[in-house]
Design a protein around this ligand. Structure first.
Ligand code: URC
Length: 305
């Protein structure tokens, strides 16, 4: 018998970083994150022979996240911090060969008071979260996927679904006008050739490339969702991904995972002939389950499946 897969580390390490402006310490920037760092390498004996000498304690992993957050100047895109952490564990421990870093960023947006952005007050203005999953492998280098999730959207018209496969299991009616709603999970994977070393991460951070990609994903997703007369979730997510790959040359692929959240018409005919279906529909019943779930990854190069 052997251990065929393993890794360990610290999950749910919560960090708030505050940066004070050099000229005006009252002007501050904040970053709140939840981090997970998992290690792999020559650690099999810790499982098979109770050999703790190969274990960098998960407590040390947690301490490292705090120390690197303190030592890395400013507040930064989470991709950069993930790169710093991945590189650190590979450089520091010769027997560690693979580091997986996942970071979720919690939204704090500076808000205006009397029409002026406040120096140090922030609001959580939405459920959406930004994320990164980075793998640093001693031999294979970095693999980085940025993401966002929990971005809930709804359009009350401008969505169709017709021409689908019909068989003796089908009851769904074709529609040329429906409600479309989803909680967007999107991921965008950076070309490993363009993000090969920690200095590439630094350059991407300094040139604003990580933040620009995030904004482009958000803009293209929301704009396409609103403007397109959607033929299906599948067609819409493909169109969104194509636009993003066109705008961000540093990306290899874009992934979407979209639940299709259903809203049922309610027939109220039984109440004095009250019309509430078809073109008369105004009151709908949101369904918590089941929901459609539609996923795709669009790659710049054809996948070799
Ligand atoms: O956009 C959609 N895609 C589907 O695959 C699907 N299936 C379904 O029942 N409704 C929808 N809508």
């Amino acid at each position: 018998m052997s251990v065929s897969s393993r890794c360990y580390g610290k999950d749910n390490v919560r960090v708030l970083k505050v940066e004070r402006d050099v000229q005006d310490p009252n002007l501050q920037y904040v970053q709140e994150m939840t981090c997970c760092v998992l290690l792999d390498g020559d650690i099999e004996t810790s499982y098979t022979a109770a050999d703790n000498s190969v274990i960098v304690p998960t407590d040390t992993v947690k301490n490292t996240i705090y120390i690197m957050a303190k030592k890395t100047p400013g507040v930064w895109p989470i991709e950069y911090f993930a790169g710093v952490l991945g590189q650190h564990f590979i450089d520091k421990y010769a027997h560690i060969s693979r580091v997986e870093v996942t970071i979720t960023q919690h939204k704090w947006s500076r808000y205006a008071v009397n029409g002026k952005p406040h120096a140090h007050s922030f609001v959580r203005d939405g459920t959406e979260k930004r994320s990164v999953k980075l793998v640093k492998d001693r031999k294979l280098g970095f693999k980085v996927t940025s993401g966002l999730f929990d971005l809930s959207v709804l359009k009350s018209t401008g969505s169709m679904f017709h021409g689908f496969n019909q068989c003796d299991f089908t009851i769904l009616k074709e529609t040329w006008d429906r409600i479309l709603s989803t909680d967007i999970t999107a991921g965008w994977t950076w070309s490993p050739a363009k993000l090969a070393t920690l200095s590439d991460f630094k350059r991407f951070y300094q040139e604003g490339i990580f933040d620009r990609a995030y904004k482009i994903v958000l803009d293209n997703t929301l704009t396409t969702f609103a403007l397109e007369n959607s033929a299906s979730v599948q067609a819409t997510m493909y169109n969104m991904a194509q636009l993003i790959l066109g705008d961000v040359v540093e990306l290899d692929s874009v992934t979407y995972e979209l639940p299709n959240k259903h809203f049922f018409e309610i027939n109220l005919d039984w109440h004095h002939g009250l019309k509430n279906t078809g073109t008369d529909a105004e009151v709908y019943a949101p369904q918590s389950d089941p929901n459609g779930l539609i996923k795709c990854t669009v790659s710049r190069n054809k996948s070799k499946l």
